[in-house]
Design a protein around this ligand. Structure first.
Ligand SMILES: C[S@@+](CC[C@H](N)C(=O)[O-])C[C@H]1O[C@@H](n2cnc3c(N)ncnc32)[C@H](O)[C@@H]1O
Length: 494
């Protein structure tokens, strides 16, 4: 563990693992114990049925009540549930604390995946009225899950998790990377990550430092980061969300560092916020982060918030009572910089080793069919396919329309009957894109049955519309590239 202290001694970690395993304190074990109704209740933060089902306080019941139901439990029951971990060690680690006439959780111990546990600080929701401390170590949150789902899970030799916190991303990396390195600025977070790793029988290289500083000069096949991306004047109150950088600079800084971090063919994926400035195109701003990096970049904007909603969200996130002066100062900063909104999204970069990288920045707010990581991997594969084909190469190919494509029309009734106003092509699967299309695209996609090379399909269209094949081919080239990029039509092998 590179000398990083853990919350417990190695023997203590073993004892805790024994206790959790013996009790069956895993996601499946808990679901089996509670049954579907109480399990569904827990997912909605309704613990009533779960508490009824665990009243006899056997070790699993006590662990569920303590760490899932956030209850105060009798000391003897907690001691029995954590045995062979001595209660004194659990206190020393901060795992449990005295409260009223019993004990409550002092740290969050969350069963995760099929057989993992993640240790983190207790969330703000479990301590109403008490603001989170500055060094709060985040548990499994919405952003965590977004990055987990978006990560390309292909086997790699080396992977890096920048800003590992409790170590969640590193746990996932360990399933497809031979060696995992994880960094954090916070010594406290590294203690949690070291403990999470040991508890799950993992061995990661853990390094402390600011962003990429601890891995300067080293390269990785895969880099992931859920960094402290919150946008503001650069004030740092909480290490889990504030980078100390002004505005959205942390996203730009990671982009600039990416070429030096990646092996040839390597991928970097991170979450970011970016500002929408009045009179400026947000997409151009974000695309500018990658200029000169030589990397292929695909940026998906998943959410947009107005400043008021944004500030309220992040002030509420740290618990306690919201300070109106701080809210006002934050909003004033947005006003002073003409920031109208903040975008949240996923940046995926690849070091492809070519001198004409593709940089695409787009809105993708719809719900997508998981896992997003597979879609992102496919997108980069399609870019590779497109890169080695000119228009002639594209036209020589046969294509098949994606499964289940739908066409939606809007039309207005006039003197001559229905007049079509808009035609929208909808992909019901994958990224669930929809886009307005013109009759040429409609004809190209409609004719993509995998039988005819595109050039022959165009010849038929040209004859029907009284234009030359060459004229049509010139118009069709970029359209076909776009349709292939999105997977609307797929090249047929052979
Ligand atoms: C949003 S949390 C992400 C935690 C975890 N990786 C996840 O996905 O849930 C950001 C993490 O970055 C760490 N961090 C904050 N500033 C940092 C910096 N300048 N360099 C490295 N890590 C930093 C925080 O301590 C925190 O653990």
């Amino acid at each position: 563990m590179d000398g990083h202290d853990m919350l417990l001694s190695p023997a203590g970690v073993d004892a805790l693992r024994t206790a959790l395993t013996r009790a069956g304190y895993t996601s499946d074990g808990i679901a089996a114990r509670l049954g579907p109704q109480a399990t569904a209740g827990v997912a909605r933060n309704d613990f009533r049925a779960a508490l009824r089902a665990t009243e006899d306080r056997d070790p699993l019941g006590t662990l569920i009540r303590l760490f899932v139901g956030e209850q105060v439990e009798p000391e003897e029951a907690v001691a029995a549930a954590l045995a062979p971990l001595p209660l004194a060690d659990a206190f020393a680690a901060g795992l449990v604390e005295r409260y009223g006439d019993g004990l409550r959780m002092g740290l969050d111990l969350e069963p995760y995946g099929t057989d993992w546990w993640v240790l983190s600080d207790v969330p703000a929701s479990a301590r109403p009225g008490r603001p989170l401390p500055a060094e709060h170590v985040l548990g499994i949150g919405g952003a965590t899950q977004t990055l987990v789902g978006a990560t390309v899970r292909r086997p790699v030799e080396t992977a890096l998790d920048l800003g590992t916190g409790s170590g969640v991303q590193a746990l996932h990396l360990s399933t497809h990377a031979r060696r995992v390195t994880a960094t954090d600025l916070s010594e406290r977070a590294l203690r949690f990550a070291a403990t999470t790793a040991a508890l799950n029988g993992q061995d990661w290289e853990l390094l402390r430092g600011d962003l990429v500083a601890p891995v300067a000069g080293r390269r990785f096949d895969l880099v992931v980061s859920n960094p402290p991306f919150v946008v503001g004047p650069g004030t740092t109150t909480h290490v889990y969300r504030d980078s100390g950088r002004v505005g959205d600079a942390v996203g730009a800084e990671l982009a600039a560092a990416a070429p030096g971090l990646l092996t040839e063919g390597g991928t970097m994926q991170y979450l970011a916020n970016w500002v929408h400035v009045a009179g400026e195109d947000w997409g151009d701003r974000v695309a500018g982060w990658f200029a000169g990096t030589g990397l292929d970049a695909w940026v998906l904007q998943r959410e947009v918030a107005d400043p008021m909603a944004y500030v309220n969200l992040w002030l509420a996130d740290v618990g306690g009572t919201v300070d109106p002066q701080r809210a006002a100062a934050w909003l004033d900063w947005f006003d002073a910089h003409k920031i109208e909104a903040v975008g949240f999204g996923i940046v995926s970069l690849r070091r492809g080793g070519h001198d004409d990288p593709v940089v695409r920045v787009e809105d993708l707010r719809q719900r997508v069919e998981p896992p997003l990581g597979d879609r992102i991997a496919d997108w980069f594969d399609r870019q590779d396919w497109l890169r080695v084909r000119d228009t002639d190469g594209l036209l020589a190919q046969r294509y098949r329309a994606a499964d289940g494509l739908q066409l939606r029309q809007e039309a207005t009734m006039g003197d001559e009957g229905w007049a079509v106003d808009r035609q929208v092509l909808v992909m019901p699967h994958g990224l669930r894109w929809s886009e307005e299309i013109d009759p040429l695209v409609l004809a190209l996609v409609g004719g993509a049955d995998g039988k005819l090379p595109l050039r022959d399909q165009l010849a038929l269209l040209a004859a029907a519309h009284d234009v030359t094949v060459d004229e049509l081919a010139e118009a069709a080239g970029p359209i076909v590239a776009h349709l292939v990029e999105r997977g609307v039509i797929e090249p047929v092998a052979g």
